[in-house]
Design a binder for this molecule. Structure first.
Ligand SMILES: Nc1ncnc2c1ncn2[C@@H]1O[C@H](COP(=O)(O)OP(=O)(O)OP(=O)(O)O)[C@@H](O)[C@H]1O
Ligand SMILES: [Mg+2]
Length: 378
């Protein structure tokens, strides 16, 4: 059964994007109450009108709501006193100094793991097209191909002979592919020695290296294309990037839905909240308007309802997806008016609402500016 201690652990995955620390270590959690499956969390914000409020509220609800046996999460928001505020600020500053970042991914980067229990449902196609759609909206987007041996992203983005290189500090620099910062084993393994080196590593170690030895730089969203199935990589990801959240891809078919349910269950156990479901291969409309439900119907909605999470999008079957994947020209860029591209773009917008980007200009920064402004006037 979930205890208040488990809740506190889960809350360590909620990062205050402004202060760069998790809400527990920063002392923002004033009280945790658990009764009859309802968790009530009292959060003290640095400033009541903080624009981060909605984001922290959503993150707390998802993280805690993902724990077994939690039916409802109530978030009570309060405001810190001046004294508490300066204490928190000094903690945050101390932390910033102490943190020899365990990974090179900024704690405020939104990490979205695209998973499914079953192979071939379109995880990689969804990852690439969502990442491109997010980039199109003006965000800095990284794409991590966590399918260490079954990598397919470089081909889908039309990368040819280019390989990853190291910078002067010996860190790997992501390859810029169609505007995305891309890292994949497919960009490493053309010579045998390197291939052997990677083969010798456990898969989770390979992932760890991608997170600790890659100079990701500023990235608003890091989309992670997960390998099929559950297991090592998923556990490693949630351990290394506590802010990671998951999007489940399923086909409209009922069997696919069962497998996806297993992944979602796994996500819950590894404390990775599930943002929502993306249904892929959802019907096909011929140019003359005839509609075929090749893989059944309604699986995505059913799974979303079952898990109590939103259906982020429903992507139709579209030959441009296949051609784009094989030819290195993803559908959202190559055929933006095609049914799948339109659905991907809508899905990305919905995703942005569900997991909004960390704001550049944050509460304290705003206050500092206001004060500076006032000073300037006097
Ligand atoms: N909406 C779609 N319409 C048509 N074809 C699609 C669609 N989505 C994916 N496909 C095709 O289905 C195949 C499998 O897709 P993809 O490689 O993205 O799946 P995956 O879940 O990543 O597979 P794996 O488990 O092997 O990593 C590819 O040939 C892809 O082009
Ligand atoms: Mg794949």
């Amino acid at each position: 059964m979930t205890s208040t201690h488990d809740i506190e652990q889960a809350l360590r995955g909620v990062v205050d994007p402004e202060l760069g620390g998790d809400v527990v270590e920063l002392g923002m959690i004033k009280d945790i109450d658990l009764s009859n499956g309802t968790a009530t969390i009292n959060v003290a914000l640095t400033i009541a009108g903080c624009p981060m409020r909605a984001q922290i509220d959503g993150d707390v609800k998802r993280k805690v709501g993902a724990l077994p046996g939690i039916d409802a999460v109530v978030v009570e928001m309060g405001e810190m006193t001046q004294e508490q505020r300066s204490e928190v600020m000094s903690k945050a500053r101390f932390k910033a100094r102490q943190d020899a970042a365990p990974t090179m991914v900024d704690p405020v980067t939104r990490v979205i793991a695209v998973s499914s229990g079953k192979g071939g449902v379109g995880k990689s196609s969804v990852s690439v097209n969502l990442a491109l759609s997010l980039a199109e909206q003006g965000f800095a987007v990284g794409l991590l191909d966590a399918d260490i041996w079954g990598f397919s992203i470089p081909r889908m983005l039309g990368v040819g002979a280019e390989r990853l290189e190291a910078d002067d500090d010996g860190k790997i620099v992501p390859l810029l592919a169609q505007g995305l910062k891309l890292v994949s084993t497919g960009l490493l393994v053309d010579d045998e020695d390197k291939a052997l080196m990677w083969r010798g590593l456990m898969l989770s170690k390979a992932l760890e290296q991608f997170l600790t030895d890659v100079a990701w730089g500023h990235v608003d969203y890091l989309v992670v294309d997960m390998p099929p199935g559950t297991g090592d990589i998923q556990m490693a990801l949630s351990r290394l990037l506590p802010q990671a959240e998951m999007v489940v891809v399923t086909t409209p078919q009922r069997t696919a839905q069962k497998v996806a349910a297993r992944v979602a269950d796994m996500a819950r156990r590894s404390f990775m909240p599930v943002i929502g479901v993306i249904e892929n291969m959802a019907g096909f409309t011929t140019p003359s308007g005839e509609h075929f439900k090749l893989f059944g119907e309604g699986g995505g909605r059913e799974l979303a309802d079952e898990l109590g999470i939103p259906l982020i999008g429903s992507i139709p079957l579209d030959p441009f997806v296949v051609a784009g994947g094989d030819g290195g020209d993803p559908v959202v860029g190559a055929h933006p008016d095609s049914p799948a591209a339109v659905a991907f773009t809508e899905g990305a917008k919905r995703l942005l609402e569900l997991v909004p980007p960390a704001e550049d200009e944050t509460c304290t920064a705003r206050i500092d500016k206001l004060i500076e402004g006032l000073k300037a006037r006097t």
